[in-house]
Every structure is written in C-alpha cells, then in structure tokens.
Ligand binder design. Structure first.
Ligand SMILES: Cc1cc2nc3c(=O)[nH]c(=O)nc-3n(C[C@H](O)[C@H](O)[C@H](O)COP(=O)(O)OP(=O)(O)OC[C@H]3O[C@@H](n4cnc5c(N)ncnc54)[C@H](O)[C@@H]3O)c2cc1C
Length: 319
C-alpha cells in the first residue's frame, strides 16, 4: 500500500487526507503549527466580564467563513466526516445589500421553481431600476452560451463594462458578488473565473445559489471531525513539524526532512501549503520549477471581533 505524505493540515491537506484514507491509503500529515485548520480554524480567547471580573473562554474563528450550495467538494467532505448537521443552509437564496443611501435591499429567491425563482429575485431587487433589472437578466441569460475561455485575459471590470453592466448594476450587484466570491476587486479579478462562478451560481440549479454558514466554530466543523476520521482509518498527523526539505531517491520515493531530521520515505507527496510557504521548502525548485520560479501576489483579509455588552447597552439606553 502506498504511503502518502501530505504537507500542511489546512482545509486542503485535511481534505486530501480524508479522501485518500477513505480509499485505503496510509496517509501521514505534517503540519508546521501546533494545530490543524490553517486559515480556517478557531482559537481560544479568554474574555473577562466587566460586570464581575469572571473569565470565560470562547473559541473564536479566525474569520467569518461563508460557503455556498455550489461548494460541492466541501459539502461532500462534510458528509464524509459526518459534519453535515453542523452547517446552516438557507431555505432560499437571500442576500441583504445596504446601499449608499443606507437603505437595505434584498436579493431573494421567489416561490417559483428554478430558474424562475432567480427571475423573481432580480425583479424584487429594488436597488435597481426596471431597466437595470432587465439588463441584468439579459446578462445572466447570456451566460448560458458564454465560453468562459474567451474572457481569459480580461478583468471583471472590463467584462462588465463591455457588457453594459455599469452604474448601480456594477456597485449594487456584480462588485459585491465579485469581492464576496473571489476576495478581489473587479479591476484585478479574472473575468473567466468570475464568469465560471456566475454560471454555477445562476445556472447550476437552485441549491447552488443558497448561502451556507457554519453552525459551530470552524475547528468543530472541519478540523476535529477530519482528524478523528483520518486517525480512525490508520492515518497519522504530526504537529509542530515544518517540512523544509524534499529529496527524491533512485527508487522514485521521496524523503522529507524537518529541521534536518528525516521524517521517512513516501511514495507520493501532496503539497497543501500556500504558494509563499511552498517556496521555502528546499527541493521544490527541482520538482516543480515553474511554481518555484513564479511570483504570486496575495491580498490579506482583516477580521475584527466585537464583543457587545448587550444587557448593559440596554440599561444605559433606558436610563
Ligand atoms: C479571515 C478569512 C476569511 C475567509 N473567508 C472565506 C469564506 O468566506 N469563504 C471561503 O470559501 N474561503 C474563505 N477564506 C479562505 C479559506 O479560509 C482558505 O482558502 C482555505 O482555508 C485555505 O486552505 P489551505 O489548506 O489551502 O491553506 P491553509 O489554510 O493556509 O493551510 C496550509 C497549512 O500548511 C501549513 N504549512 C505551511 N508551510 C508548511 C510546511 N513547510 N510544513 C508543514 N506545514 C506547513 C500551515 O501552517 C497551514 O496550516 C477565508 C480566509 C480567511 C483568512
């Protein structure tokens, strides 16, 4: 049976390990930090009550994570690790938008069967004028016959401008979807990737457009059930073990090292680390020169956690 090494125990590494362990392969996960989950995990936070100085430990997510019904692979991972009951799925697609006028507008699927429910959603989205709604509908309809490869070299902004999706259509609809799904502004995001997403969300069936949020913290949702599953299948996971060297041998196996210590030989290696971390592993340039020599830009996400003193504000309000 092949022994597979997986470098990085974020969502990608855990997901690869669950899939392979389920197929009967022996998996060995190596994670540089003290815990798994990477960018999708929770951390303990002690909060002292200003009322009586008592302490309470919270598990805070490193950031709000939103999924959609079209995350088919993520949802099948959750099914595999028996965690589907830990998510909250909207009955119907419903997105609230606050306009520059501070009014709130809703993009909400209607009662009609798919795809007419999406027609209802756009028609009921009063941030747009009637003419703009018709323009958005024509644009969505045009996605059916669109070859996304033709958009490979242009940005979302260029594509939307060429398609007449400007003004409130741009700011109140497409820009929000672009930043929300790609975490990138329309003047930088790839039009072909965005078009692919729009096709899946708008033309892929009513389940695809539903918003899905975690019902528990991210560690309880993904991380702990994945680790339990991997271990139950005989896989192992080593924490505080950064892989910093990969050597290949004549027998076409790979030997991994962490701080000059050999971690063993493996028939296959999966690299489940971000691009900037990959470049720090010696030996990568020999196996994947194209990746090692590429520079990728990334944009950070900042998360603010606000603790609201609900009862206190209520008392102050009434005083
Ligand atoms: C605040 C925030 C909000 C987000 N919101 C959303 C959202 O709403 N919807 C959505 O779909 N996505 C969202 N994302 C993105 C999502 O979290 C990531 O795409 C996903 O978690 C990446 O998983 P990964 O396994 O590819 O990488 P990572 O999570 O980065 O995991 C890589 C792991 O590899 C480890 N590692 C690195 N180098 C080594 C090494 N040499 N040896 C061993 N281990 C190593 C790291 O410690 C890490 O644990 C958000 C991300 C953030 C930060």
């Amino acid at each position: 049976m092949p022994d597979v090494a997986i470098i990085g125990a974020g969502l990608a590494g855990l997901s690869a390990a669950v899939t392979l362990a389920n197929k009967g392969l022996k998996v060995h996960l190596f994670e540089s930090s003290q815990k798994a989950g990477g960018r999708a995990s929770a951390f303990p936070f002690n909060l002292t009550s200003p009322l009586n100085n008592s302490q309470k430990e919270y598990q805070l997510d490193n950031g709000q994570h939103i999924m959609m019904g079209c995350y088919h692979e993520t949802l099948s991972l959750l099914k595999e690790i028996s965690a589907l009951d830990k998510i909250i799925v909207q009955d119907k697609m419903e997105v609230k938008v606050v306009g520059p006028d501070q009014k709130s507008y809703i993009l909400k699927s209607g009662f009609l069967p798919y795809p007419l429910n999406l027609f209802q959603a756009l028609m009921g989205f009063d941030f747009l004028t009637f003419g703009q709604k018709i323009s958005a509908l024509k644009f969505v309809y045009g996605l059916k016959s669109l070859d996304v490869e033709t958009l490979r070299d242009i940005t979302v902004k260029d594509w939307l401008e060429k398609s007449g999706q400007t003004g409130p259509l741009f700011t109140g609809l497409w820009e929000i979807l672009c930043v929300g799904t790609l975490n990138t502004s329309p003047d930088k995001a790839s039009a072909s990737i965005f078009a692919k997403i729009l096709k899946i969300v708008f033309l892929g069936g009513k389940e695809n457009s539903k918003i899905v949020v975690p019902g528990v913290n991210l560690s309880s949702l993904f991380v702990e059930p994945s680790i339990k599953f991997i271990r139950s299948k005989g896989g192992d996971i080593k924490f505080s073990t950064p892989v910093n060297l990969i050597k290949s041998s004549e027998s076409s196996s790979f030997e991994l090292f962490s701080r000059d210590q050999s971690l063993g030989r493996f028939s296959d290696v999966i690299l489940a680390v971000p691009h900037h971390a990959l470049k720090k592993i010696t030996g990568i340039e020999q196996h994947l020169p194209a990746i090692a020599n590429t520079e990728l830009d990334y944009s950070s996400i900042t998360t603010f956690h606000l603790f609201l003193k609900k009862i206190q504000s209520w008392i102050i309000f009434w005083l």
